[in-house]
Design a protein around this ligand. Structure first.
Ligand code: GDP
Length: 472
C-alpha cells in the first residue's frame, strides 16, 4: 500500500525498512513511526487519515473543562494470597447500602458499584489480584484509579505483597494499605507498618503520605473508615469525566451464556452508554439490546465509572479490550472488521516490546528515554548488587528504572508487568517457568538470563551506549 502510494517498487520500501534495521515482509503492517521515516526517505510527508484514527478505539475528542463532572473512583484490591482480598470485596458487596436495597449484591459480574451513606460512590473491580490488573494494563487499559493492598496483620509482607506494590507503582496508581485480620489475637499491625517503612513506604502514622487502615474484613471492622480513605484519595485525584458524549470504556469480563448469547461486563469511563447504542469492543461489535446492573436489574443508561452487563455483542471480547460507541451501525461494523484484520496481522508483526538489541533503533526514532527492567535472582544479595549497579548506569539521557525486583523464578506476573510497562526481564541464576515462558513468547517480552553479574551490567551498558543521542 505504502509503495503504491509513493509510486515506488515494494522491494524499495522493504529495503528502506531494512536500512532502518526493520525486517519486514510485503504484507506486513508497519508502525506509524516507520511509515513516517520511510516516506521521508522518498521525499514524502505523511498525514494519517481519519479512517486510521477511527481504528483507534479511543475517542480523542477533547472535553472542555465545563463539560467535566466528578466521577466515582475505580478501585482494585490486591495483595498476597489468603491475606483477605476476597473477604474484603465480599464484605463491601454485602454491606452495600443503597436506600431501600440493603440486601447487597449477590452476583459476580466482574465489577460493582457501592453507594455510601454520604451518597458518594465507589466502583470496585471484582477480580482481585495484580495479575488481572496488569493483564488489563498489558492490553492498554488503565482502568484503576486507586489500589487497595491488603496485608494480613498476623503475617508479614510476602512476595505477592511486594509484587502488588510494584505493579501499582509501575502503573502510577496510588496505594492505600488495608492491614487486615486485626481481630486475630496474633495480629501485629505495627510490625507490618514497620516493614513497609523499611521498604521506604511510609504510612501516615509513620510520618509518610501513604494512607493505611487497620481492618477486619471478616468482621467488617473499620471497613467504612477504609472506604472514607478511598474517597479522600479520590478527592485529591480530582477524577472527572464528561457524561454528555458517546460512551467509551473497558471490557471487564465476557462470556457466552446459553440463554442470553454473549454477555459482557463493561466499565463506562466517559460518556453515557444507552440501550440501543452501537458499539465496538475489541474486534466485536453489536447493538446494545439490554443492560443490567450488578444486581441484575435492567437499566437504560450508564454514565462514567458505572459497570454494566450488556447483551447484544456478536462475540466475547477480552478483558482489557476498550469499547467505543459509534454514531451508526455501519461505522461500528466497519471498524470492528478492520480491527479483526489488524489483530490477525499483529501476529506476524515485528517486535512489540523493547529488547536490548532494539534500543539503538528506538533511540534513533527519538522516543526512548527510559529503560524499564524487571529483575529476578536466586539470592537477595545478588539482586541488590545488580539493582545497584544497573541503577548507577543511568545517565541524563536514559534513566534505568527497576520496576520490580525479587528473589525467585521469573513468573507470569513478572512477564505481564513487563508487557504492561514495556520492560525487559533479567534473570540472575533463575529461569522462567513454563507458563511465564509461553506468555513471554506470545507478548514478545525479552528475558535475558545471566549467571555473572558483570555480563548483565555490561550488556545493558553496551546497549545504552548504542542508544546515547549522537553528539553534535
Ligand atoms: P484472598 O486469598 O486474599 O482473597 O483471601 P480470602 O479473603 O480468601 O481470605 C483467606 C482466609 O482468611 C479465609 O479463611 C478468610 O476467612 C480469612 N480472613 C480474611 N479476612 C479475615 C479477617 O479479617 N479476620 C480473620 N480472622 N480471618 C480473615
Amino acid at each position: 500500500e505504502l509503495a503504491s502510494l509513493m509510486d515506488v517498487a515494494v522491494t524499495e520500501v522493504i529495503s528502506a525498512c531494512m536500512s532502518l534495521g526493520i525486517m519486514v515482509t510485503m504484507n506486513q503492517r508497519l508502525e506509524a513511526d516507520t511509515i513516517q521515516l520511510v516516506a521521508d526517505d522518498f521525499g514524502y510527508d505523511v498525514q494519517f487519515s481519519n479512517v486510521e484514527e477511527d481504528l483507534e478505539i479511543e475517542d480523542e475528542t477533547v472535553d472542555s473543562p465545563e463539560d467535566l463532572v466528578g466521577r466515582a473512583p475505580i478501585v482494585t484490591v490486591m495483595g498476597h494470597v489468603d491475606h483477605g482480598k476476597t473477604s474484603l470485596l465480599d464484605y463491601i458487596r454485602k454491606a452495600n447500602v443503597i436506600a431501600g436495597e440493603s440486601g447487597g449484591i449477590t452476583q459476580h459480574i466482574g465489577a460493582y458499584n457501592v453507594k455510601l451513606e454520604s451518597g458518594q460512590q465507589i466502583t470496585f473491580l471484582d477480580t482481585p489480584g495484580h495479575e488481572a490488573f496488569t493483564a488489563m494494563r498489558a492490553r492498554g487499559a488503565q482502568v484503576t484509579d486507586i489500589a487497595i493492598i491488603v496485608i494480613a496483620a498476623d503475617d508479614q509482607i510476602m512476595p505477592q505483597t511486594r509484587e502488588a506494590i510494584s505493579h501499582a507503582q509501575a502503573a502510577e496508581v496510588p496505594i492505600i494499605f488495608a492491614i487486615n485480620k486485626i481481630d486475630k489475637p496474633t495480629a501485629n499491625p505495627e510490625k507490618v507498618k514497620e516493614q513497609l517503612a523499611n521498604m521506604n513506604l511510609l504510612v501516615e502514622e509513620w510520618g509518610g503520605s501513604i494512607q493505611s487502615q487497620d481492618i477486619s474484613a471478616k468482621q467488617g471492622l473499620n471497613v467504612e473508615e477504609l472506604l472514607e480513605k478511598v474517597l479522600l484519595e479520590a478527592e485529591i485525584l480530582e477524577l472527572k469525566a464528561n457524561p454528555n458524549r458517546l460512551a467509551t470504556g473497558t471490557v471487564v469480563e465476557a462470556s457466552l451464556d446459553k440463554g442470553r448469547g454473549y454477555v459482557s461486563t463493561i466499565l463506562v469511563q466517559t460518556g453515557t452508554l444507552r440501550v440501543g447504542d452501537y458499539l465496538v469492543a475489541g474486534s466485536n461489535h453489536g447493538k446494545v439490546r439490554a443492560m443490567l446492573d450488578e444486581r441484575g436489574k435492567p437499566v437504560k443508561e450508564a454514565g462514567p465509572s458505572t459497570p454494566v452487563t450488556i447483551l447484544g455483542l456478536d462475540g466475547a471480547p477480552t478483558a482489557g479490550d476498550k469499547f467505543r460507541v459509534f454514531e451508526d451501525e455501519r461505522d461500528a461494523k466497519q471498524v470492528a472488521t478492520k480491527r479483526e484484520q489488524l489483530q490477525r496481522e499483529q501476529t506476524i508483526r515485528t517486535q512489540k516490546h523493547i529488547t536490548l538489541d532494539e534500543i539503538g533503533r528506538r533511540i534513533a526514532l527519538g522516543d526512548f528515554k527510559e529503560l524499564n527492567i524487571i529483575l529476578k535472582g536466586d539470592v537477595d544479595g545478588s539482586v541488590e548488587a545488580l539493582t545497584d549497579s544497573l541503577q548507577k548506569l543511568s545517565t541524563d539521557e536514559i534513566h534505568i528504572n527497576i520496576l520490580h525486583k525479587g528473589v525467585g523464578q521469573i513468573t507470569e506476573s513478572d512477564v505481564l508487568l513487563a508487557s504492561a510497562s514495556d520492560a525487559i526481564v533479567i534473570g540472575f541464576n533463575v529461569r522462567p517457568g513454563a507458563s511465564a515462558k509461553e506468555i513471554a513468547e506470545r507478548e514478545e517480552i525479552e528475558i535475558r538470563n545471566y549467571s555473572i553479574i558483570y555480563d548483565a551490567i555490561n550488556d545493558v551498558k553496551e546497549a545504552m551506549e548504542g542508544m546515547l543521542s549522537p553528539e553534535l
